[in-house]
Ligand binder design. Structure first.
Ligand code: ZN
Length: 181
């Protein structure tokens, strides 16, 4: 389970502030595997999770099969592969990546508002073997500007796999913490 060290009222307020700012942009990120029903409820479900929920509560609220497209298609080794979407698994994956994305963005904003400029990268779920590229940054100090501006930088509005971003992939279990003084 992800351990978000500062998931308090103050952090949730910044997460929500940042989420609403993104939603208010005309062209904003929308999960591609949700259908129109799913996209219609997603902002409210995300808001509820940010205000008082968790990855688990968000995953539960998203697991309704009627929110999801029947299949996903991806490209591998020169072939298009079509795969059935399991709404339970897809909801868990989306909840993990979105909640971690908003926690990271919200904490970065909170620490910047406190006047800090640096933070520390940590693995928030020690039970998961690290596979993502930010594994080499564990316990390192990084700039809050880079974290804040790295929000969705690898995939939105355009694909940019070289960009610096934490979380670095949908399966990343890293986030940031305040520097201990
Ligand atoms: Zn990671």
């Amino acid at each position: 389970m992800m351990h978000f060290e500062e998931l308090d009222e103050d952090t949730r307020r910044w997460m929500l502030d940042e989420f609403d700012a993104e939603q208010n942009q005309t062209h904003h990120f929308e999960p591609t595997e949700l259908n129109s029903s799913g996209l219609a409820v997603f902002p409210d479900l995300m808001r509820q999770a940010i205000e008082r929920g968790s990855i688990a509560s968000l995953a539960a609220s998203l697991s309704d099969a009627s929110y999801w497209k029947p299949t996903r298609t991806y490209y591998r080794q020169g072939k298009h592969i079509t795969q059935r979407i399991d709404s339970i698994i897809a909801a868990q994956e989306l909840a993990h990546s979105e909640f971690t994305t908003w926690y990271t963005r919200g904490v970065a904003r909170k620490l910047m508002e406190e006047g800090m400029t640096r933070c520390q990268v940590y693995r928030a779920d020690p039970a998961v073997p690290p596979k993502c590229e930010c594994t080499s940054l564990e316990e390192n100090t990084v700039s809050l500007d880079e974290i804040y501006n790295g929000h969705r930088a690898k995939y939105f509005p355009v694909a940019n796999p070289e960009a610096f971003s934490i979380p670095s992939s949908p399966f990343c279990h890293h986030t940031i913490r305040r520097l201990k003084v």
